[in-house]
Design a protein around this ligand. Structure first.
Ligand code: FE2
Ligand code: FE2
Length: 412
């Protein structure tokens, strides 16, 4: 049994004394005592009642000159339904440029399985018992994780941009009508696809167990990126008053992306295949845009897409390494999607034509011929890069070719 002295000064109950007493009694062991010295007659009168309500005993009370000494013995009750907090451990690592997300887990990656009924328990904290369960749906680390998640989250935070101010909008005025029309159709098609890239990760956000907090940060950054892509390409579309079609073929293709409910299959279909193909398209738009605003929008979106694709490749590769049986499930997901899109036999001619006119910058036959070749080159390059990305994601060469051929001609 320990006894500690507590000089209450002129503190009253309700005026800070209860805070001082909690700071002394909470960490003490049952049976330990605190001798409170007070000059306040109110405290002397009320403290035994306060102690009883808090689950402690008053074991002695006497006067000493102008003060009252009250001895409180700590009871066994605890104000929190949880074991005692651990003693302070090693501090987290700080790098010269700050506190990197890679460094906040002091005990390595999270455990493979998370409790589906856990609540919001911030990293490093101790959960109090007795709350309602949340019934999370995604509780298996390896179905969500990627070893570079923290680094990707850092990259996303560092690469934020502003679709209102970071684009030279004033330099996109004055294109000839046919060219403005072509650009408007291209960016409308891109914006249409960006909606799918927004909704797919957003649909998983509420299902992920919060123990995998890096996954939450990642999905939020992904959704935020796509919101900005929708914003920037919509702004380019409406900038000069032109109007373009939101194509039914794109709509049909994107709808099938939203049907996929498996996280890793979604990562394959959206991040590796869809956004992978979009990387090539955005690069093409940046290279061939007739105005600096369209080029800047494509360049900044492309930079974000590189992160999204990298997540997909690493996640799928690592999920396949952990569970080789997953391969057949992933191939089946690609087959299932393709089966729903059998009648889409190629990219919409409207988009091919808009890309061609945009790249030509003119309706002069020699320029159009060169641009048409560039668009055919883009399609070939996209198909080849898709196979490479699938191999990087852990598919053998024949399966990579097979899955690439199943991919939607809509690109996403
Ligand atoms: Fe995007
Ligand atoms: Fe994306």
């Amino acid at each position: 049994m320990n006894r500690r002295q507590c000089d209450a000064g002129d503190l009253e109950l309700g005026g800070g004394l209860e805070v001082l007493l909690a700071a002394m009694l909470d960490p003490a062991s049952p049976g330990d005592e605190v001798e409170v010295s007070t000059a306040s007659p109110e405290v002397a009168r009320e403290l035994p009642t306060w102690a009883r309500r808090a689950g402690h005993d008053t074991v002695d009370q006497r006067t000493a000159g102008s003060r009252t000494l009250i001895v409180i013995r700590r009871g066994t009750s605890s104000r929190v339904v949880a074991p005692p907090l651990a003693a302070a451990g090693e501090p987290a690592r700080l790098r010269p440029d700050g506190f990197n997300t890679r460094d906040w887990r002091l005990n390595g990656p999270p455990a493979a399985g998370a409790d589906p009924n856990s609540g919001f328990v911030p990293l490093g904290s101790l959960a109090e018992a007795g709350t309602f369960g949340f019934a999370w749906q995604l509780n298996d680390r390896d179905e969500l994780w990627s070893s570079d998640l923290a680094q990707l989250v850092e990259g996303a935070s560092a690469a934020q941009w502003d679709a209102s101010r970071d684009i030279p909008w004033h330099e996109a005025r004055g294109l000839p009508g046919f060219l403005e029309q072509a650009v408007c159709q291209v960016v409308t098609f891109i914006a249409q696809n960006e909606y799918a890239a927004y909704y797919v990760p957003a649909r998983f956000q509420h299902a992920v167990n919060p123990e995998f907090v890096e996954v939450l940060l990642w999905l939020a950054s992904h959704v935020h990126d796509e919101a900005r892509h929708i914003e920037v390409f919509t702004k380019r579309a409406v900038l000069n008053g032109a109007q373009a079609y939101a194509l039914a073929s794109a709509q049909r293709s994107l709808e099938t992306l939203l049907q996929e409910t498996d996280f890793t299959a979604s990562a394959l279909l959206l991040n590796v295949l869809g956004e992978g193909s979009f990387i090539d398209l955005l690069q093409f738009v940046e290279r061939h845009a007739p105005d600096p605003a369209t080029a800047a929008a494509a360049r900044l979106a492309h930079r974000d897409e590189l992160r999204h694709v990298r997540f997909g490749i690493t996640h799928v590769r690592q999920a396949l390494q952990k569970n080789p049986d997953l391969l057949s499930r992933l191939v089946a997901a690609a087959e299932h999607r393709a089966a729903r899109l059998l009648d889409l036999t190629g990219m919409s001619p409207l988009i091919v034509e808009a890309l061609t006119v945009m790249a030509a910058g003119s309706l002069a036959p020699p320029r159009l011929s060169k641009a048409a070749a560039a668009v055919r080159g883009l399609m070939k390059e996209t198909a080849a890069n898709r196979i490479t990305r699938l191999q990087q994601a852990g598919f053998d060469a024949p399966t990579a070719r097979y899955v690439s051929e199943l991919h939607t001609p809509n690109l996403m």
